[in-house]
Design a protein around this ligand. Structure first.
Ligand code: GLU
Length: 445
């Protein structure tokens, strides 16, 4: 790390004790900014980097709710409004028992740069709760969402802070949250949440956007080196929204997608994943991948193991943070992987990411490769603001153009700062410059 950034990083460590994932996300960005600081010392002099690492506002609140047995349950919820230099705070809500302040801050920090890379006017924020939706009834999820929004609504607004989904938060939860916001405020403010259902202001392609965008980004990386995903063996991790639609786009582009996973293990299907079956199990039944292997003769379920022990040419980690470590990265390289793109946020450990880059594997970091989701959220906000609704074809065309733009911004910045082909450096530098310039323009705030 550049010596002028080291003391800032020390401050981040001391000020945010125990927030391991946040430290990891900050370190990754600061490690890319050395050449920027050499060229533009004003960013350090004006404390832009120090300000960027300190959220503008952090909210932590109690969410009490009653379960189906009539017992009162208490969860903790967070909203970190990290940076509004480019637009209203924008980023999802995650419901998962692992959620604590360090996770929300890592996600919020990443979101600032990801959102800048889209070229759209959105700032960075993130939120969530340690609520575990697994095994909860619809009525319990509804009561939890209503209680959460009863506190959160006062901090939101289409020009202030616009949440969406993330792990554990999909169309069902967004619907309950929107209903409660509308009821409390007496305002039909469509643009206050994204990821809404199509019936009430949602955008076509939002559900598909993160996964589709990850594969469009992968195809751009491959095309830049004269290759394509067509005909290649692909593995994805996870089996949620991002994984399913990454698989769908890869299949559309002629790839052979053979594996995906959930928290119980993974499936390999040499005949190629049957996405209709996967959707039925995961989206409709909210079931387990063991059911996939039971229903399909060509598939094999491997319990308790990582999908990254399978060989593939293109790896798309779409599950969660730090799911792919150095040992698995070395294994993938040994098995001939040529491209890795992060559909999830920070799924590769820093050591794994370094191995891919050192071995000449194309590596698309999450803040670039998975930006299609939040970009389509911004398109949803555009449609809401103009009281319009776009066709799937037009929305996908916009998404594709945005992802090509993200790739271009990363590639140009990497070239300009002497690291051609390094998408980590390119993503961090390009997005930092945009946010930092806006912050400088706004003065000391
Ligand atoms: N949670 C998604 C992300 O990590 C989407 C956020 C949004 O649409 O606001 O980017």
């Amino acid at each position: 790390m550049h010596e002028r950034l080291e003391s800032h990083f020390e401050t981040v460590l001391a000020r945010n004790a125990g927030e391991r994932e946040f430290h990891q996300a900050v370190r990754e960005v600061l490690e890319s900014l050395g050449p920027v600081v050499d060229k533009h010392p004003e960013y350090v002099d004006q404390a832009v980097i120090e300000r960027l690492c300190e959220p503008e506002r952090q909210l932590i609140f109690r969410v009490p709710w009653t379960d189906d047995q009539g017992r009162v349950q208490v969860n903790r919820a967070f909203r970190v409004e990290f940076n509004s230099a480019l637009g209203p705070y924008k980023g999802g809500l995650r419901f998962h028992p692992s959620v604590y302040l360090g996770i929300v801050k890592f996600l919020g920090f990443e979101q600032i740069f990801k959102n800048a890379l889209t070229g759209l006017p959105i700032g960075g924020g993130k939120g969530g709760s340690d609520f575990d939706p697994k095994g909860r009834s619809d009525a319990e999820v509804m009561r939890f969402c209503q209680s959460l929004m009863t506190e959160l609504y006062r901090h939101l607004g289409e020009y202030t802070d616009v949440p969406a989904g993330d792990i554990g938060v999909g169309e069902r939860e967004i619907g309950y949250l929107f209903g409660q916001y509308k009821r409390i405020t007496n305002r039909y403010e469509s643009g206050v949440l994204t990821g809404k259902g199509l019936a009430y202001g949602g955008s076509r392609m939002r559900k598909e956007a993160t996964g589709y965008g990850t594969v469009i980004f992968t195809e751009e990386m491959l095309a830049a080196t004269g290759r394509s995903i067509s005909g290649r063996r692909v593995a994805v991790s996870g089996s949620g929204n991002v994984a399913i639609y990454a698989a769908e786009k890869a299949i559309q582009l002629g790839a052979h997608v053979v594996a995906c996973s959930d928290s119980g293990g993974y499936v390999v299907d040499e005949a190629g994943l049957d996405l209709d079956l996967l959707r039925e199990i995961k989206e409709v039944r909210r079931g387990r991948l063991t059911e996939y292997a039971e229903a399909r003769g060509s598939a094999r379920h491997v319990a308790g193991a990582s999908v990254w022990s399978e060989s593939c040419e293109v790896a798309l980690p779409c599950a969660t943070q730090n799911e792919l470590d150095a040992e698995q990265a070395a294994g993938l390289v040994g098995n001939g992987v040529i491209a890795v793109a992060e559909g999830a946020n920070m799924p590769c450990t820093p050591e794994a990411a370094r191995i891919f880059q050192d071995k000449g594997v194309l590596f698309g970091p999450g803040k670039a490769a998975n930006a299609g989701g939040v970009a389509t959220s911004a398109l949803e906000m555009q449609q809401n603001a103009s009281r319009d609704s776009w066709s799937a074809a037009y929305t996908e065309e916009r998404l594709t153009r945005i992802m090509k733009g993200v790739h271009e911004r990363c590639a140009v910045a990497a070239d300009e700062y002497g690291q051609p082909g390094n998408y980590v450096a390119g993503a961090n530098i390009s997005s930092f410059l945009q946010v930092a310039d806006a912050m400088l323009s706004h003065g000391v705030i």
